[in-house]
Design a protein around this ligand. Structure first.
Ligand code: G3P
Length: 217
């Protein structure tokens, strides 16, 4: 399973990228707003660090304007993935931009039928938002299971990119289901290393080691 970081925080991206934990990056208008940076500048900086796909989202709502914005964003770097919302206009833009050979990430997906449409329109990635479904008492991971089944039934090549991840359990469930990619905030990826028994065990080893009076170096 590939790990994308859902952030425009350059320091966090660089830190986890150095550890080999970053297969790509996703951004959206809210993430760009939080960064306080110019979209073209910060996206270019991310593309200079990460060699995998970097999603940059259009903000137009009409297909022709989305296509124009997508073409401009794609000029930032070879690894740009144009992110489009799952609307009819977004699907039209997806068909055109993917037909031009550009990577496309169709976002704001909340149903299996939406995911089916995105695959038929040639999306490289579909981004179902699990956290936002959980927020309204629906089951986000059930959507991932459904999309996995549907895509496998028909051998669609569109990759399932689980988005709106809020916890390490979302990551684990995605891996169990066989999602292709997760995109998560850096803090969630870091939390995956935590375990109370690891801390407890290490503490005991350190105390016993101190009693030996030895040193390795
Ligand atoms: O990339 C979009 C998505 O991951 C948003 O997450 O937490 O705002 O629902 P969230």
């Amino acid at each position: 399973m590939k790990f994308f970081l859902d952030t425009a925080d350059i320091d966090a991206i660089a830190e986890l990228n150095d550890l080999g934990m970053v297969d790509g990056v996703t951004t959206n208008p809210s993430i760009i707003m939080k960064s306080g940076r110019d979209i073209m500048e910060v996206t270019k900086e991310i593309c200079d660090i990460v060699s995998g796909p970097v999603s940059a989202e259009v903000v137009a709502t009409k297909a022709d304007d989305m296509i124009a914005e997508g073409r401009k964003l794609a000029e930032i770097a070879e690894n740009i993935t144009v992110k489009l919302p799952l609307t009819w206009d977004g699907l039209k833009a997806c068909k055109t931009l993917s037909g031009e050979g550009k990577m496309v990430n169709v976002t704001l997906c909340f149903s299996p039928n939406q995911a089916l449409l995105a695959a038929k329109a040639g999306a490289t990635f579909i981004s179902p938002f699990v956290g936002r479904l959980d927020d309204i008492n629906l089951d986000g991971m059930e959507l991932i299971e459904d999309i996995r089944t549907i895509y496998d039934n028909y051998n669609f090549e569109t990759e399932i990119l689980v988005a709106s991840i809020r916890s390490v359990n979302h990551v684990l469930d995605s891996a169990r289901i066989g999602a292709d990619v997760i995109t998560a905030p850096p803090a969630v990826i870091k939390k995956m290393a935590d375990h109370v028994l690891t801390d407890k065990g290490l503490d005991a080893f350190m105390k016993d080691w101190a009693k030996t009076g030895q040193s390795i170096l």
